[in-house]
Design a protein around this ligand. Structure first.
Ligand code: UD1
Ligand code: CA
Length: 456
């Protein structure tokens, strides 16, 4: 059966108290609406239509890459009214799935069941039994246990309010049927809204079976209305991801103190991740990678047996196998480190390639550089790469030794196996194999005496 998915996302989300439309708030670094859209895309051959309203332009520009139709609902006159906006788009022959843009954690298995019910000619309705059903539409059933209608809380009498099984809003049904019922909706109710939920009683009148299912996990159907709920679902989402990673063989020392805002695209066996690690964007981890506490890695590729020590930041970099990074190292974008490289504490590397087995162990800034293999960069070495207008290149060839507290004023080249004396300011190229240093001569004055305090 052809599938069409409508994502309702026109609500304002007042309780977020935000200038950003609700569906653009993020979970796991990804907009709520993008989570819902991703789920729709996992359902195979599916055309999607997002109903937007409040802040719609912002939603469309921010999520312009989503494969979807966009339909504006100028005034928010209810969930039924929202679906009416796409009446012309709905195909008689298709199964129509309704999702909410602010319900981000719904699972594929759950939605698939609803679609199966609809494909067989019924209506698939997702309900959930809550200890506190306040605010939700209640599911009314007859003596046989069949669903007969949904009554919104504001329209419900005291007895109906006792019902704990509630409507999640998520449903699937044939397009032709849906179009027929939409035509019959009125706004004669407590809120003066066109309720999509009124189609349930209309379906029952048309002898369409309402098949309900409940989610395996209640978090699946929770919507986000305020920042507390956003934070709560963030934790649920993070724990889900952590479980998946542990199942695939990654050790997380504490799964409740791990955050993934993006994807671990691939990883080897026996990766170990200590507490408070944040992984962002697309990250690849090799075999046996060890990540220390408080490390942030973004859009990077970490080779086999790499060890990253505490409090290091790695952003858009490639780290070769067997390298050691940190503690307190910062590897910035467009950096590529070879194998067995050692980058130590308080070292910043930017837009630089570093050859195999090179060591930059303490307190250095290396930017816009090409560094060979087996180079030793002493403590406190600075590449002076910026003249205030342009960035310049520093080249250090294989086997060079840079003494501590050296400034390399770019553009400059240090030759193969060259040695630079500690404390030098290097402004001209240093030849291969020689000692180069720029230092004022050291003097000692024989017989010199310290001044003494005058008697008064
Ligand atoms: C709706 C259901 C209720 C259910 C609850 C679950 C109706 C009449 N009621 O309640 O039975 O228990 O969801 O959360 O359907 N939206 C639009 N345009 C509108 C109105 C809403 O796009 O004109 C979107 C909202 O952005 C949101 C979703 O529809 O994503 C639900 O709207 P909301 O106001 O949260 O739900 P209720 O109508 O209160
Ligand atoms: Ca409402």
């Amino acid at each position: 059966m052809k599938l069409q998915t409508i994502i309702l996302a026109a609500g304002q989300g007042k309780r977020m108290r935000s200038s950003v439309p609700k569906v653009l708030h993020k979970i796991g670094g990804k907009a709520l609406l993008a989570h819902v859209h991703d789920l729709a895309m996992q359902l195979g051959d599916n055309s999607v239509n997002v109903i937007y309203g409040h802040g719609g332009d912002q939603v469309r520009t921010t999520l312009g890459e989503l494969k979807t139709e966009w339909t504006e609902q100028k005034e928010q006159l209810g969930t039924g009214h929202a679906v009416m906006q796409v009446s012309n788009w709905i195909d008689n022959a298709s199964t129509v799935l309704i999702l909410y843009g602010d319900v981000p954690l719904l699972k594929l298995e759950t939605v698939t069941k609803l679609i199966e019910y609809a494909d067989k000619g019924g209506m698939g309705l997702l309900t959930v039994s809550l200890d506190d059903p306040t605010g939700y539409g209640r599911i009314e059933r007859n003596a046989n246990g069949d669903v007969t209608s949904i009554v919104e809380e504001k329209d419900a009498n005291l007895e109906q309010r006792e019902i704990r099984e509630v409507n999640t809003g998520i449903l699937a049904v044939n397009g032709n049927r849906l179009l027929g019922w939409l035509n019959q909706l009125t706004n004669q109710n407590a809120q003066g809204e066109y309720y999509l939920t009124d189609i349930i009683a209309l379906a029952v009148a048309d002898s369409v079976t309402i098949e309900t299912t409940q989610p395996a996990d209640q978090n699946e159907v929770l919507g986000i209305n305020n920042r507390l709920q956003l934070a709560q679902l963030e934790r649920v989402y993070q724990m889900r991801q952590a479980l998946t990673l542990m199942e695939s063989g990654i050790t997380l020392l504490d799964p409740s103190r791990f955050d993934l805002r993006g994807e671990i695209v691939s990883h080897g066996q026996d990766v170990e991740i200590d507490v408070n690690v944040l992984i962002e964007g697309q990250v690849k981890l090799g075999e046996r990678v060890k990540i220390g506490p408080n490390v942030i890695i973004k859009d990077s590729h970490i080779g086999d047996d790499v060890e990253i020590f505490a409090n290091s930041l790695i952003d858009r970099a490639n780290i070769g196998a067997g390298s050691h990074i940190g503690p307190f190292a910062r590897i910035r974008p467009e950096s590529t480190l070879g194998e067995y490289v050692h980058i130590g504490n308080f070292v910043e590397i930017k837009k630089t390639t570093v050859g195999n087995s090179t060591k930059i162990n303490h307190l250095s800034y290396i930017g816009d550089s090409i560094i060979g293999s087996n180079v030793n960069v002493g403590a406190g070495t600075i590449t002076c790469n910026y003249d205030g207008a342009n960035k310049h290149l520093t080249i250090i060839e294989d086997g060079a030794f840079i003494g501590s507290d050296t400034q390399l004023v770019a553009p400059v080249k240090i030759g193969r196996n060259a040695t630079i004396g500690a404390g030098s300011t290097i402004t001209k190229n240093a030849p291969d194999g020689q000692l180069t240093l720029s230092r004022s001569k050291q003097d000692s004055i024989p017989g010199w005496q310290r001044p003494v305090k005058k008697e008064v």
